[in-house]
Design a protein around this ligand. Sequence first.
Ligand SMILES: Nc1ncnc2c1ncn2[C@@H]1O[C@H](COP(=O)(O)OP(=O)(O)OP(=O)(O)O)[C@@H](O)[C@H]1O
Length: 351
Amino acid sequence: MTLDFAIRGQAGALQIEVAGTLPVKGVTVLFGASGAGKSTLLRMLAGLHRCDGTIRFGDQQWLDDGGIPSLPVWQRPLGMLMQQPTLFRHLTVQGNLDYVLKRRGKGADMKAIVHETRIAHLLDREVHTLSGGEAQRVALARALAGKPAFLLLDEPLSAVDLSHRESLLAMIKHIAANIPVLYVTHSLDEMLLLADQVWLMEQGRVTSQLPVTTALASLDGPLAKRSDASSLLQGNCAHFDADDHLQEVRVGDLGFLVPVSTALPTGECVRLRIAARDVSLCRVLPDQSSILNVLPASVIEVTPVAAGQHLVKLSIQGQFLLSRLSSRSVRDLNIKAGESVYAQVKAVALV
Ligand SMILES: Nc1ncnc2c1ncn2[C@@H]1O[C@H](COP(=O)(O)OP(=O)(O)OP(=O)(O)O)[C@@H](O)[C@H]1O
């Protein structure tokens, strides 16, 4: 079942008009400048901000221009997490969960949810005694208790301190394997870890809806223009060299060597994150280099991105890799579309 919508509404002076189909699987990251209308779009979908148009989930009509009253917020099978956890402060953690269970949590496996969100030790606590990270985990558990068909997450890590972000992100990633998520963030790290799709939002409009690998590598898009522009490659784990702690990851016919502390299961599907500034190019295969990953690639596109800097989009086994080079190197090496080169990848990480 998909969530299909074509809605419009007003947020102050900003007119929001968006049509889309939220994929039924994985994480769709909604990305855009501050004030683009991301939070308002989520609130519109949830029924918390007035809008016109249509929203349909399978055969369930949530909003209809034709005059059918819109489905009330609490009847929409959505779980929502805001920047600040919105819990009832006069209730305990258990009280907050019970509140949802009474209304729409019929059949929810609370044992599994409490375990998944690691809040068993918090159930008797008063909400006002929780840390930001703990409160957000309780809010996540409460969202899951309503047995949502979709999760709408609006910068859920912004009130969580750094030390708890990683575990909450891992939790969200795990949950997203079963429940589709629309996720608002400004963070490239979060996008690289979670996103399957990226929707770019500008001034109340969604201007592109792309797979994350394509969005990252779109040279005319906002992600490639960032100084921390990065690529994601999909691969499968192969041999682990226990002596040097290097995990081989096969990307098509090529193997990347990735430093890891422990071996990953052979065949496991992983993502490789490679910053554009960690990729340099050479014309011939260097015969003596400290760089472990030197791989043949072909140039797709070259564009200037900043003073004295060019971005090169490469194809490597049919996937995209970005390289940020000095304009002088681009000129001296005569890097242009269609050329064959070697990409020297200085740093690569598993995400
Ligand atoms: N209830 C409201 N009344 C008036 N203006 C509003 C209202 N809600 C949002 N706005 C305005 O609408 C615009 C979009 O706000 P919104 O919070 O949706 O943007 P955003 O993309 O989520 O931004 P950020 O990334 O900073 O959270 C902003 O200019 C905001 O001030």
